[in-house]
Design a protein around this ligand. Structure first.
Ligand SMILES: NC(=O)c1ccc[n+]([C@@H]2O[C@H](COP(=O)([O-])OP(=O)(O)OC[C@H]3O[C@@H](n4cnc5c(N)ncnc54)[C@H](OP(=O)(O)O)[C@@H]3O)[C@@H](O)[C@H]2O)c1
Length: 264
């Protein structure tokens, strides 16, 4: 039923040039969606579009941190007669290390992408869905949303924003026919750690998931009308156990999970 619902609909996937975004595109293509692929690396997006031959796809190379990125994208797609029914707000990155030692411009870039661009895209693309009375929005947060995480202080706080925003929006938009689901993946084999500047800790080596499995579980939750999902049983247990853990202890546990046994 969900499969039939998706056929022929336009899905906009941000951060489709690698990792989870590329797999979201593959998954939605397999469900019959047409695709708008957005990221900065155009060559990668073109490669993916070629791989998905048989699926109608538009490639848009765009830095989503630009203040007018969401409106420019919306105008461009509108001019082409493309009405987006599925928005996958996936583009994002993290920064690993002590907050005081971090570079402010990288911190600002991250907050602009992970919080501002995600919120702006939602603000620009969802009104059309609400007007049509149908739409699907997937927000990519992180398991870091559930607890303060020293060494990822700003990133985990940004992902707490995404989860809180997504859950609130899900309640606001349900009566309008738009489903909003926030996915909270744990560590996943993508370019994330390299971009964040982190070597895998012991915890990350033990709990690392593959991107297609994370994507499958996230899309399934979106189509089932769930408000949020934590992909993977190990991650589900970790996120659930945080409910019974004092905040100070949560921070200490998260810090050791990120730093203990840092290897390759
Ligand atoms: N992997 C994990 O362990 C993990 C865990 C929890 C949550 N997440 C979240 O999952 C999402 C996807 O990350 P990933 O793991 O797939 O990492 P990734 O492989 O590094 O992919 C990140 C994507 O974001 C895009 N991006 C970065 N800056 C951008 C910008 N300024 N404008 C447009 N696109 C931009 C990148 O494309 P370009 O560089 O070509 O622009 C790339 O396609 C992120 O929101 C991340 O926080 C990841």
């Amino acid at each position: 039923m969900a499969m039939a619902e998706m056929r022929g609909r336009w899905a906009l996937v941000t951060g489709a040039s690698s990792g989870l975004g590329a797999d979201f595109a593959r998954d939605l293509a397999a469900r019959g969606c047409r695709l708008v692929l957005v990221a900065r690396r155009e060559d990668r997006l073109k490669q993916l579009a070629a791989e998905l031959a048989g699926t109608e796809a538009r490639v848009v190379a765009l830095d989503l941190r630009a203040p007018d990125a969401a409106t420019t994208l919306h105008e461009r797609l509108h001019a082409e007669g493309i009405a987006v029914d599925v928005l996958v707000n996936n583009a994002g990155f993290g920064l690993y290390g002590p907050f005081l030692a971090s570079d402010w411009s990288r911190q600002r870039d991250m907050l602009e992408l992970d919080i501002v661009a995600l919120t702006h895209l939602t603000h620009v693309f969802v009104p059309d869905m609400a007007e049509r009375g149908a739409g699907w929005v997937l927000l990519v947060a992180s398991i870091g949303a559930f607890q303060p995480t020293p060494t990822y202080a700003t990133y985990s706080a940004a992902k707490s924003y995404v989860l809180s925003f997504g859950e609130a929006l899900a309640a606001e938009l349900r009566p309008r026919g738009v489903r909003v689901c926030t996915t909270c993946p744990g560590v996943t084999a993508t370019e994330f750690l390299a971009v964040a500047g982190q070597r895998r800790s012991l915890y990350q080596r033990l709990f690392m998931m593959q991107s297609p499995a994370v994507v499958r579980s996230s899309v399934r939750a979106l189509l089932a009308g769930r408000t949020s999902v934590v992909p993977g049983i190990g991650n589900k247990v970790a996120a659930f156990s945080m409910r019974f853990t004092p905040r100070r202890l949560q921070a200490a546990m998260a810090a050791s999970a990120m730093t203990m046994g840092a290897g390759d």
